[in-house]
Write a protein that binds this ligand. Structure first.
Ligand code: PRP
Length: 202
C-alpha cells in the first residue's frame, strides 16, 4: 500500500486524473471524505501547505505539492517528478507605475512566502522587513501596509484588478511528486514504478 497526500482542489483532481490514465482505474473522493482507498493506493485529501508535513512525518509515503510550498518549508524530502500541473510563479507585485526601489534603506514586503522573500533580499544583501499575511496579499500596498508584495501569480489578473503590476519573478513553480526518505528506500521498487507510469502519461 502506498499513501499519497494530495492538496485539496484542482491539483488533487488533476493528479487523480493522471493516476486514472496510468493505472486504468477511476479514483474519486466521496463527498466530504478525506481518505480514498483503492487498488493498493490510499489518497489523503489535505490542505496544500500541509502536504509536506504529512510526508515529512511519514504519515504519507508520497505527496503532491507546489515547488513554492517546498521552498518555503525547507523540508528534507525527495523530489521525484515534476507533474507539470498548477504552473505559476512567485513574483513581486508593485503599485502600478512603480519599480522596486533598491536605493531605499529598507523595503517592506507583505507576503505569505516569508522565507522565499527573505532569501531574495539576503542574496542581494539588502535590508527588508517582511510582513506576514495569510491572504488578500494584494491589498497591502494599496493601504500602505507595505511597499510591495511577493505572491503567487498565475494569470496576473488578481494583481491587475487591484491596481498592481507584476514585477520581477523570484521563482517558477509547478506541482511536484515528493517522497518521504524512509518510504523511498523501503518501497523503492513500487515508488519508482509509480513514477515511471505517471511520467509516461504526462
Ligand atoms: C493565488 C494568489 C493570488 C492568485 C493569483 O491565490 O494568492 O491571489 O492566486 O492568480 P492570478 O494571477 O491568476 O490572478 P490562490 O488562488 O492560490 O489562493 P490562496 O489565497 O489560498 O493562496
Amino acid at each position: 500500500m502506498l499513501t499519497i497526500a494530495l492538496p485539496k482542489g484542482r491539483i488533487a483532481e488533476e493528479t487523480l486524473d493522471k493516476f486514472e490514465k496510468a493505472f486504468g482505474e477511476k479514483f474519486i473522493f466521496e463527498k466530504r471524505k478525506l481518505i480514498l482507498e483503492k487498488s493498493g493506493f490510499r489518497f489523503l485529501n489535505v490542505r496544500n501547505q500541509d502536504v509536506p508535513t504529512y510526508v515529512m512525518h511519514g504519515a504519507a509515503d508520497l505527496g503532491v505539492v507546489g515547488l513554492d510550498v517546498l521552498e518555503e518549508k525547507e523540508y528534507d524530502l525527495i523530489k521525484l517528478l515534476d507533474l507539470q500541473l498548477g504552473r505559476c510563479k512567485v513574483a513581486f507585485g508593485l503599485r502600478a507605475g512603480e519599480e522596486l526601489d533598491f536605493s531605499k534603506s529598507k523595503i517592506t514586503v507583505a507576503t505569505k512566502h516569508e522565507k522565499i522573500a527573505k532569501r531574495y533580499f539576503e542574496e542581494k544583501a539588502m535590508a527588508v522587513e517582511i510582513i506576514k499575511l495569510y491572504g488578500s496579499i494584494e491589498l497591502a500596498p494599496l493601504v500602505n501596509l507595505s511597499d510591495c508584495i511577493v505572491d503567487i501569480v498565475e494569470t496576473g489578473e488578481t494583481m491587475k484588478q487591484n491596481g498592481l503590476e507584476v514585477g520581477p519573478t523570484i521563482m517558477e513553480s509547478s506541482a511536484h511528486l515528493i517522497a518521504n526518505k524512509n518510504s523511498y528506500y523501503a518501497k523503492k521498487d513500487k515508488i519508482l514504478e509509480l513514477r515511471e507510469r505517471i511520467k509516461a502519461v504526462l
